[in-house]
Design a protein. Structure first.
Length: 247
């Protein structure tokens, strides 16, 4: 059922059924399948801009994978996904702290290209350097091709960079809470447009300032998420980022 709703574009129902499936598989101790369902929920939540849920689940699966010799090599991919979500919602301090926490979770992550990507992107976003942001993505993509889901998140982060939003201290408190930084002010639900972009709210102002008015609405999937160990490259993903309209 979850796959049917996902294909139909009903993100809310897909998330609900994937969550139910994850709980059932976890109860039967079918850990691998349960984690795959959690990854689906995380990806769909991120597409719907519920970054707090996405960060929490990507980190949870990464932590569980560290305990399995066959799965631990996928951890850097999960931490990268969580990091990309953080770039879309946190301020400079929040991004830095989240990256540090990823290293605390897995010490080997610090020596990976994924970690370097997040650190360099965070630096570019803090200064509003869109050219540096694009160059960093292109360098990474030349060695590890980015899929459509990651590219979609990077485009969102790039718009925040262009608006020089990251240094303004207006990070999403729930996103920061997911990274273990501060308690949440609100607890959103996937697809809850009123919470994220209510009229006159900070989220609405941030959306207009970052030029996101033309973005797909919350609840609509943007890019198909593929687990890191099964991801196929997206053709010309760097070109997509490089050619994105600046704001």
């Amino acid at each position: 059922m979850a796959e049917i709703f996902e294909e139909a574009g009903d993100t809310g129902e897909a998330i609900a059924f994937y969550t139910q499936a994850a709980d059932l598989y976890a109860g039967e101790e079918v850990t691998s399948t349960a984690n795959n369902c959690k990854l689906k929920v995380a990806a769909l939540s991120a597409s719907a801009e519920d970054y707090a849920t996405a960060i929490q689940l990507f980190t949870e699966v990464a932590r569980a994978s560290l305990e399995n010799n066959l799965l631990k090599y996928s951890v850097k991919g999960y931490l990268l996904c969580a990091g990309l979500c953080t770039l879309c919602c946190a301020d400079a301090v929040g991004i830095a702290n989240a990256t540090d926490k990823a290293v605390e979770l897995d010490a080997t992550f610090e020596d990976t290209r994924e970690h370097k990507l997040l650190v360099d992107l965070a630096g570019a976003m803090e200064t509003g350097d869109v050219d540096a942001f694009t160059a960093t993505v292109q360098e990474f993509d030349s060695m590890s091709r980015l899929d459509a889901w990651k590219t979609a998140l990077l485009l969102r982060a790039k718009k925040r960079c262009a608006a020089n939003e990251v240094g303004d201290g207006e990070d999403d408190l729930t996103c920061a809470h997911a990274a273990g930084l501060r308690p949440p002010a609100l607890t959103p639900r996937a697809g809850d447009r009123a919470w994220a972009w209510g009229e006159g709210g900070a989220g609405c102002n941030r959306q207009k300032r970052a030029g996101l008015v033309g973005e797909p609405p919350l609840g609509q999937v943007v890019g198909q998420f593929v687990p890191p160990d099964k991801a196929a490259p997206l053709e010309n993903s760097s070109a997509v980022l490089h050619g994105a309209q600046r704001v």
